[in-house]
Ligand binder design. Structure first.
Ligand code: PEP
Length: 243
């Protein structure tokens, strides 16, 4: 499987940042797929700046409905029209800051697929849940209830306590969780579940990328803070094994 390195810019980035970043990532040789998920305001600009490069652009959320009276929301068809081909859904910052439930995430994933976007559904346990020995159970429940029937997309395993903290699980813990996720995907989705990409996310940096990306069932990375610097994102991509 060709690895995917996806950058989640969160609420960072202004118009002035687009050209330089796009030029830097366009210019670099790469053996992975690359995806940039900027704020909504920059999707169209990034799509234009990266046109023809093979580097994809994605959103960070979408509404389950295609349109309607939903102040402040953006729909999946709107993202697609702006030039996105992926959308991150159910990020822990959405689940915990915006109260998003598994059912809500499933509705968004369905809308994304219907609009022709590839959903990246995020799952992951809190530190308290891991300490209580519940990590695999929590992740299983999220997978069982955040993925709609016939889900076709990507899973990002992001332990909540590893996001933006500089802390990562042990390699053994990442490998064990990715194996558990693969088993749930196969159970829930059958044969297609065996072919979906599972990304690891949570404090991936140039210095730890090679060891994390070499683990079995780790098919790429979802990168937050380190994706804001083109050179760091490219160093992470360069550290990925050749698939
Ligand atoms: C994220 O928010 O998806 C993330 C993985 O962030 P960071 O890389 O900064 O931990």
């Amino acid at each position: 499987m060709r690895p995917l390195i996806a950058g989640n810019w969160k609420m960072h980035g202004r118009l002035a940042d687009v050209q330089g970043f796009a030029q830097a990532v366009r210019a670099a040789a790469r053996h992975t797929d690359l995806l940039i998920c900027p704020p909504f305001t920059l999707i169209d600009r990034f799509a234009t700046a990266l046109a023809g490069s093979g580097i994809a652009v994605g959103g960070q959320d979408c509404h389950p409905a295609p349109e309607g009276a939903f102040t402040g929301d953006v729909s999946a068809p709107m993202l697609a029209e702006a030039g996105a081909s992926y959308v991150i859904l159910g990020h822990s910052e959405r689940r915990y800051c915006h109260g998003e439930t598994n059912a809500r995430v499933a509705g968004k994933a369905e809308a994304a697929m219907f609009a022709g976007l590839t959903p990246i559904v995020c799952i992951g346990e809190t530190e308290a849940q891991r300490d209580a020995g519940e990590a695999e159970h929590v992740v299983r429940q999220q997978l069982m209830h955040s993925l709609p029937e016939g889900f076709s997309g990507i899973i990002a395993y992001e332990p909540v306590w590893a996001i933006g903290t500089g802390r990562t699980p042990t390699e053994a813990d990442v490998a064990a969780m990715h194996a558990a996720i693969r088993a749930v995907l196969a159970e829930k989705l059958g044969e297609p579940g065996k072919a979906l990409k599972i990304l690891y996310g949570g404090s991936v940096k140039p210095g730890n990328a090679a060891s994390l990306l070499a683990l079995p069932e780790v098919d790429g990375a979802l990168v937050g803070g380190a994706s804001l610097k083109a050179e760091d994102l490219l160093a992470i991509a360069a550290a990925a094994p050749r698939g």
